[in-house]
Design a protein around this ligand. Structure first.
Ligand SMILES: [Zn+2]
Ligand SMILES: [Zn+2]
Length: 296
């Protein structure tokens, strides 16, 4: 886990009194996941965030490698999730043909608008848009019952699939990813508008949690009391409290699969000792931490 914060990072710009300006241990990078395939000697990154410099450095330190990731997977076109691609460009590392998998509609967005088009024109990145005709069949050879699955990538022992999720789509669709390793599977859903809407599309989050080992989920806000003076009912994202309620009656082994990411600077779970962070732990769920690792 290379980062856990919402797009704006922690502390967020113009929040002058955030204690993280003084206390570096409270800082959190924007959400990103890295994979190291020790056997193949390859590294993959999910999202290219504004903290891409530090995150690629850490990934290379862990893997004992250097250079750009062997592939980058992007979930959507909001600033915390793709703008780090700029560091691959001419003014920075001048990378060569880094494969970047992007959700539907995002290839056109990056190719047709500057400064991103320069990355394509100069051959710094090579875009592959996830295509709907690449639906992954289930074990019986039928299209996946969840629908809307896309192949992202596969190599020996590792399969990465994408799936559409409901989320504001100004420039491109939004996906989440599922990473299947030799023994464990991990799901990555940093941004989603609501579990209900996704269930209406045919994908209940309960099924995802039941069928996978670790599920990193959108934890932008803790509850509706978080932005004082603002009516939060119109603001999307499942609240941490709501997600916990959904899984409250599940066995402990299932609850601990749920790990919270993408937390906003206002979300009290950013402080490990807050009442809310303690509540998450006591109820059997987890708050993802930067640097945590999972052996796939
Ligand atoms: Zn986001
Ligand atoms: Zn977003």
């Amino acid at each position: 886990m290379l980062g856990v914060a919402q797009d704006g990072g922690i502390p967020q710009v113009n929040v002058q009194d955030d204690p993280a300006w003084e206390d570096e241990s409270l800082r959190r990078r924007v959400v990103s996941l890295g994979i190291v395939d020790h056997e193949a000697g390859t590294r993959y990154m999910f999202e290219a965030t504004p903290d891409f410099r530090e995150q690629l450095h850490d990934l290379n330190e862990i893997a004992g490698t250097e250079g750009a990731p062997d592939r980058i997977f992007i979930t959507h076109a909001h600033i915390g999730h793709y703008t780090g691609l700029m560091f691959l460009g001419f003014e920075s590392m001048s990378a060569e043909n880094v494969p970047v998998s992007v959700p539907p509609m995002m290839e056109a967005f990056l190719t047709e608008s500057g400064p991103w088009s320069q990355l394509v024109d100069y051959g710094n990145i090579q875009l592959t848009e996830l295509l709907s005709h690449q639906i992954v069949p289930d074990e019986n050879g039928n299209p996946s019952p969840w629908g809307g699955w896309y192949t992202g990538f596969s190599s020996e022992g590792l399969r990465i699939e994408a799936f559409l999720v409901p989320h504001r789509r100004e420039f491109a669709a939004t996906v989440g990813y599922r990473i299947q390793g030799p023994e464990l599977s991990v799901v990555f859903i940093p941004d989603i508008d609501s579990w209900e809407e996704w269930a209406e599309w045919g994908t209940p989050i309960e099924d995802i949690v039941m069928e996978n080992d670790i599920v990193y989920v959108d934890a932008t806000f803790f509850d509706d009391n978080e932005l004082p003076g603002r009516d939060m009912s119109a603001i999307p994202h499942p609240r941490v409290s709501e997600t916990m309620d959904m899984f409250q009656d599940y066995p402990a082994e299932i609850r601990q699969r749920v790990r919270f990411i993408h937390y906003n600077h206002t979300n009290p779970i950013r402080y490990p000792e807050s009442e809310q962070a303690q509540e998450v732990r006591e109820r059997g769920f987890r708050i993802a931490e930067e640097g945590e690792r999972v052996c796939l």
